[in-house]
Design a protein around this ligand. Sequence first.
Ligand code: DON
Length: 308
Amino acid sequence: MTPDLARCVAEAYQVALPHRGQGRVADYIPALAKVDPNRFGFALALPDGTVHAAGDADIAFSIQSVSKVFTLALALRRVGSSLWDSVGREPSGSAFNSIVQLESEQGIPRNPLINAGAIATTDRLIDGRAGDAVIDEILDFIRARAGDDGVDIDRDVAASESETGARNRSLGYFMQAFDNLRHPVEAVTGVYFRQCAIAMSCRQLAKAGLFLAMEGRDPLTGEQLIDPHRARRINAIMMLCGHYDNSGEFAFRVGLPGKSGVGGGILCIAPGQGSIAVWSPGLNEAGTSLVGALALEHFAYAAGWSVF
Ligand code: DON
């Protein structure tokens, strides 16, 4: 039986709503700490263009690490499989900003979704270009999918990231010491801080992620954006690494590939079905939205969607 998806969205929202405000809002990037912890949005984008939304689905938030999925897709498109010379594809079992494995693993980060791996991926995406051109490419890609030119960088958040970015710079310098960075650390982190500071709504994010559910094709424009096998592999990496040391728990509870961000957003992909974006700023220990994960768990169960 086909599930009533509008109902599943409404139910998931209602089930998670009483938990709003739980968890901890990220404050290690001061600009993120200003966000209202009671915000909660949910949007499901379907390949026919329908969006089912609930709550604060049209309020822009800082996508943070969710941006790593888009830069991974763009880097694979630009440099192909040679990306895997710079970054691995194994779960790390460590915190998102951990440096420990880099030392014993010759400066090759475990995967593209931890900070070190995302910095290495952005380094490859830059490919000799100016930072502004790379940011324009990322924004153009997202805006075209979201069908909305309003998606932009939150300059306050970007500045705050840079001011407090010693740890990310350290990851960059550490990789540089192992010859695993092709551009100066400041050039790479300059793009990385800005990609993390992209602000968009759940509705825009769900639409922007739809190509990953549709084998790399944007169902709304008909454009084949990345090879189908690459879209599948990005989903595999999201499933195994998308929530750092909480990835197993998320797979267990939700059963769909997802990527969290410390702004409280999660992008979740249901291959062949649709793309879901949730946002609520309170985080669990691993930096995944507590209410967002709860809503996704309920939605996936109600809709009967799982990759397993
Ligand atoms: O680099 C950082 O620490 C942040 N800009 C992004 C971290 C993040 O979103 C971790 N995810 N849950």
